[in-house]
Structure formats: structure tokens, C-alpha cells
Write a protein that binds this ligand. Structure first.
Ligand SMILES: [Zn+2]
Ligand SMILES: [Zn+2]
Length: 210
């Protein structure tokens, strides 16, 4: 599985496109905004988008999903049902933050330990509440890659001061779902540079006691 990160939205959110190098089947992850930019990246590589995958309901991650889904006739999968209150408020978030967005209900809510696939790639879904209650991450164990959204960042962790954020839940999610992975797993973060589990385990100041 290959992952290309394209920063979108005023929040410089990484909108990954993950694809199977063998089949060129792909998924759009967190298309928060600037969907034309994302569609261009996809068509330059001749990718075959299968669906849109959402890690959590914040506007910088989910704001462009409806428009992209409509444009390409794709289904939206995820996040977990506990983020419904955020998806129901995307239009309000948009008015607050000066972005255009539409509320949506995904074709499928995802649960802990569900699996999703595209091409020859299989990803395990892990529920990681804390930044938002219904935040999910997707782990490709064969490729040792994690699509991590706003849970764990290079040198930091997701904010917990937004509605229904919870610091202890976030630390618990990282401990039980991410620090249990091997050091050589790459993490594609929702903001900022990529990292690895090993680098965060050794240096992340928020995880020193974990
Ligand atoms: Zn977020
Ligand atoms: Zn974000």
C-alpha cells in the first residue's frame, strides 16, 4: 500500500490517498477541502478510487466528502457512529470556520476491529476516542502503515479541548491501539510530518509515562 499526502483546507490537513500498487485501486482519506486538487493527484497516477474513508467528523477532514462523493459517485465509509454529532454539524462548522461543507450520513459506520479493503490491501479499523469520541484509525499490517488522523502526531497528540474531547481517553487509545504496534509501523498523521511508532514511543513528550 502506498500513501500520498496532499495538504488541504486552511488547517493544512493531510488528505491521504492510499492505493494498491498492483491494481491501482485507491481510497480517498479525509478529503476535507480542495477536492479538485485531490482528484488531480489521483488522475495523474491513473488511480481507480473505490470509496471515501473518514477518520473523524471535524470539518478539515470531512468537509469535502459530500462534494467528492457526488462528483465521483463514491460511497463514504466511516467514522464510528459516536462522531455523528459532528457530521450533523458540518454545515455549522463551515459557517464558523469559513469553509463550505455539507452534512452527511456515511454509507457505513465503522466499528472497532472491522476490516476494510481495496485492491489487494486489507486494513484493520481501530476505535481511538479522545480527540473525538468516534475517531477511527486504519492499520495495514502487511504494509506496516497506519492512517492515523488526529490521534498521534509527530511529537504531539490530537487536541482534546474541542466538543466531547477527552485527554485520558486519547492517551488510553494511543496506549492500547498504537503503542501495541511494532516500532517500524509508519504513521500518516492528519497534520504535520509522518512518523513511526518507534519514534513516538521513544520521544513523544505526551507518552513518556505510557
Ligand atoms: Zn480533528
Ligand atoms: Zn485535523
Amino acid at each position: 500500500m502506498e500513501v500520498i499526502n496532499t495538504p488541504v483546507s486552511p488547517y493544512i490537513q493531510n488528505a491521504p490517498i492510499a492505493y494498491c500498487a498492483a491494481t491501482l485501486e485507491s481510497i480517498y482519506v479525509d478529503p476535507g477541502d480542495e477536492i479538485e486538487k485531490l482528484m488531480n493527484v489521483s488522475s495523474e497516477l491513473n488511480l481507480k478510487p473505490q470509496y471515501i474513508f473518514i477518520t473523524h467528523g471535524h470539518i478539515d477532514h470531512a468537509g469535502g466528502a459530500t462534494e467528492l462523493a457526488r462528483e465521483l459517485d463514491l460511497e463514504i465509509i466511516g467514522p464510528h457512529l459516536d462522531d455523528k454529532f459532528l457530521l450533523d454539524a458540518l454545515e455549522i462548522q463551515g459557517q464558523m470556520y469559513g469553509m463550505k461543507a455539507k452534512n452527511f450520513i456515511p454509507a457505513k459506520w465503522l466499528n472497532h476491529k472491522d476490516s476494510i479493503s481495496f485492491g489487494n490491501q486489507k486494513l484493520e479499523i481501530l476505535l481511538c476516542p479522545g480527540h473525538t469520541p468516534g475517531h477511527i484509525v486504519a492499520v495495514n499490517h502487511e504494509a506496516k502503515k497506519v492512517i492515523g488522523g488526529d490521534v498521534l502526531f509527530n511529537g504531539s497528540i490530537g487536541r482534546t479541548d474541542l466538543p466531547q474531547g477527552n485527554h485520558q481517553d486519547l492517551i488510553d487509545s494511543i496506549k492500547s491501539n498504537m503503542l501495541t504496534l511494532d516500532d517500524d509501523y509508519d504513521v500518516y498523521c492528519g497534520h504535520g510530518p509522518n512518523t513511526t511508532i518507534g519514534h513516538e514511543r521513544a520521544t513523544n513528550p505526551f507518552l513518556v509515562d505510557a
